[in-house]
Every structure is written in structure tokens, then in C-alpha cells.
Design a binder for this molecule. Structure first.
Ligand code: FAQ
Length: 311
């Protein structure tokens, strides 16, 4: 009965083993996973837009090829993650519909503009860097399909992070104008990348339960602080300045402590009032509508194949 199922579920979690799609799970565990995984998938799909903006204008053929590969990886991540969410009983159509109706969340970070080539460097270095820091612990998430998807995704994110760092390194060791362009891009993306980790722990309603279920392994603030500490020596290697003027090293804990995050800006972006929220959704909706004939053709092809197989 239900009680035995719950006991078995609790034992699997306590033993650090995995819950698989056919296993019994509490309804709230299921719905929280659908929430997090679908948001994550949407983030990857919407996240293609800021960088796709530069594919046609990449400064060389080599840079263009690399950028296309990166954006294609993001599409792949979105597809793995939609598949992982589907194992929990939601359909791809439901998730997509929620996204284009503006009823689903995706990461705040993708609601900012990319005015210069250096933004490609800043996204790779900071946004993929933050994503790795947040997602490596998710490789051990208690839900099997999610954890396994994360392993490959994190490997690809590592390549993305290095290509971003390399773009910035080249710019920051170029002409004074190029160096300034790199600094400006980093100034634009630094604070929003810290917001990717979510609200502070005292304002994070899902954290405690997600940690008890071993979906999350560390709190939002713990991961954010770890990321800040990782960035410090990398700023130095790049020869760029951290835009956080209050950043300080705490001798007692051996940690870098950042200045105050602008939570009003974060809430505004979550509320749909970020610099690019409207255009991101419009673009996604148009792409979905323009792709209708492809989906119809694929469905019709599949139907014909099934019919043929019957004879
Ligand atoms: N943006 O109670 P918590 C990428 C929402 S990386 C928007 O702390 P939780 C790679 C949160 O959903 C980006 N919403 O929630 C890439 C919740 O709302 P809800 C994607 C945010 O789940 C790189 C409410 O606030 N990565 O795509 C944000 O315990 C370059 C309260 O928050 C992931 O999704 C935010 N920043 O912790 C692609 C990682 N923060 O659902 C292209 C997986 C919070 O109750 C180019 N997700 N919210 O309506 C997670 O680790 C977690 O879900 C957190 C939030 C840490 C994001």
C-alpha cells in the first residue's frame, strides 16, 4: 500500500540510490521535478537566442563554426531535458504550450541583450560557468533520468565555458578598444550570472524540500558563493576587473563574499519585465508556428510508416 511505497521511496533516497520512472514516488516529488526539469529545458531552448544573434556576424569562419556547434548543443540539451521530464508523465506538447503562452519559467539570464561580439565571450565564461557550478551537483540528483542527462550536459558546458574564456582572453589581450569591449560585456553579464543561482536561501521556497529529496545537493547561496570564488582568479588571468566593488575575502571562512545583489532587478525579470522578455517569447512563438508544417509532415510520415508495417 501507499505507506509501504513511501517507506521504500524514503529508503532509496536515504541510501543515495536512484528513483527511476516506473518506481512509485510522492506526487509532490514528481511535480517538483517536472517544474525544475521543464524550466531547465525551456532555458536551454530560449538560451539559444542571445547567441544565435551573432552567428551571421561572427568575426571568422572558425568562430562561426564554434558558435553554431555551441548553439546546437543547447538545442540538444533542451531535447534531453524534455525527454527526462516526459518520463514523469507530461507531454512535450503541454510543456511547449505553457512556454509559448508565457506561463512557464525559464532562466532569468536569457532576458538580456547581446549587443557586441564580446557578449559571446561573457556568456560562455560566466553563464556557462555558472551553469556548470549549479549543474555538476545535479549529476547526483536522486531522479535517474535527470541525473544522467546532466552528466553529458555538463561535459558539453565545459567546452562552452572554455570557448567563452578564450574569446574574452583574446579580446582582453588585443587593442585597448577590444579590451574595453570585453570589460563592458563582463560588466553586463556578471550580476545577472549570479542571479542564475536563484533567490537567496531565506527567500527560496523550494530549496529545503528539494534538498531533502536529494534533487538539489547545495543551497542557492552556497553554489553562488562557490562560483564567485572560482571567478576571482579567472578575472585576474583575463586582466579584467570584477564589477563588484564590495567583493571581499573573508579570512575566517576562506571565502569570497560578494556585495549586495539587486533583487528588485531579479524579481522584475522573473515578472516578465526584463530587457528582452517580450522578444524572446515572441521569437519562440513565431518559430513554433513556422515549424507547424514540419511537425505535421513528420506525424504524417510516421502514420504512413505504421500503416505500411501493418501489411
Ligand atoms: N530565473 O525556490 P527556488 C542553461 C524561480 S543554465 C528564473 O530557489 P529552486 C545553460 C524558481 O523556479 C540555466 N526563475 O527554486 C545555458 C522558483 O519558481 P517556481 C538553467 C528562477 O527550483 C548556458 C522561484 O524562483 N539552469 O540553461 C531563477 O529550488 C548558455 C523560487 O526559487 C537550470 O534550470 C532564475 N534565475 O531553485 C544555455 C538549472 N531562480 O518554480 C544556453 C536547474 C529561481 O516555484 C546558453 N535548476 N527561479 O515557480 C535549478 O538548479 C533550480 O531550479 C534553481 C532554482 C537553482 C534555478
Amino acid at each position: 500500500d501507499e505507506h509501504d511505497e513511501q517507506t521504500r521511496f524514503d529508503a532509496i533516497i536515504a541510501a543515495d540510490q536512484r528513483i527511476e520512472p516506473r518506481d512509485w514516488m510522492p506526487d509532490k516529488y514528481r511535480s517538483s521535478l517536472v517544474r525544475q526539469i521543464s524550466q531547465h529545458a525551456h532555458s536551454e531552448i530560449i538560451g539559444m537566442q542571445p547567441e544565435a544573434n551573432w552567428i551571421t556576424r561572427a568575426p571568422s569562419l572558425k568562430r562561426k563554426a564554434i558558435l553554431i556547434a555551441k548553439v546546437q548543443d543547447e538545442a540538444g540539451h533542451g531535447l534531453y531535458l524534455y525527454s527526462a521530464a516526459q518520463t514523469l508523465g507530461v507531454t512535450r506538447e503541454e510543456m511547449t504550450q505553457k512556454l509559448i503562452d508565457g506561463k512557464a519559467r525559464y532562466s532569468s539570464i536569457f532576458n538580456y541583450h547581446t549587443p557586441t561580439w564580446a557578449d559571446m565571450g561573457a556568456i560562455g565564461w560566466l553563464v556557462d560557468g555558472a551553469a556548470i557550478c549549479n549543474q555538476v551537483p545535479l549529476c547526483r540528483a536522486s531522479y535517474g533520468p535527470y541525473g544522467r542527462a546532466m552528466v553529458r550536459i555538463c561535459k558539453e558546458e565545459s567546452f562552452h565555458q572554455r570557448q567563452g574564456f578564450e574569446i574574452l582572453y583574446e579580446l582582453s589581450h588585443g587593442t585597448p578598444e577590444q579590451k574595453q569591449m570585453a570589460q563592458d560585456a563582463v560588466n553586463r553579464w556578471y550580476w545577472p550570472s549570479l542571479m542564475m543561482f536563484g533567490p537567496s536561501d531565506d527567500a527560496s521556497p523550494n530549496s529545503a524540500q528539494s534538498m531533502a529529496w536529494k534533487i538539489k545537493r547545495f543551497s542557492n547561496d552556497e553554489l553562488r558563493q562557490r562560483f564567485v570564488g572560482m571567478c576571482v582568479p579567472q578575472f585576474e588571468a583575463l586582466g579584467l576587473e570584477c564589477p563588484d566593488k564590495d567583493l571581499r575575502f573573508d579570512e575566517e571562512t576562506g571565502q569570497w563574499i560578494s556585495g549586495e545583489i539587486d533583487w528588485d532587478e531579479f524579481m522584475a525579470v522573473l515578472d516578465g519585465r526584463g530587457p528582452a522578455n517580450g522578444e524572446r517569447l515572441d521569437h519562440r512563438r513565431t518559430a513554433h508556428e513556422d515549424g507547424a508544417w514540419v511537425r505535421e509532415a513528420a506525424a504524417e510520415y510516421a502514420r504512413k510508416q505504421r500503416e505500411r508495417a501493418r501489411f
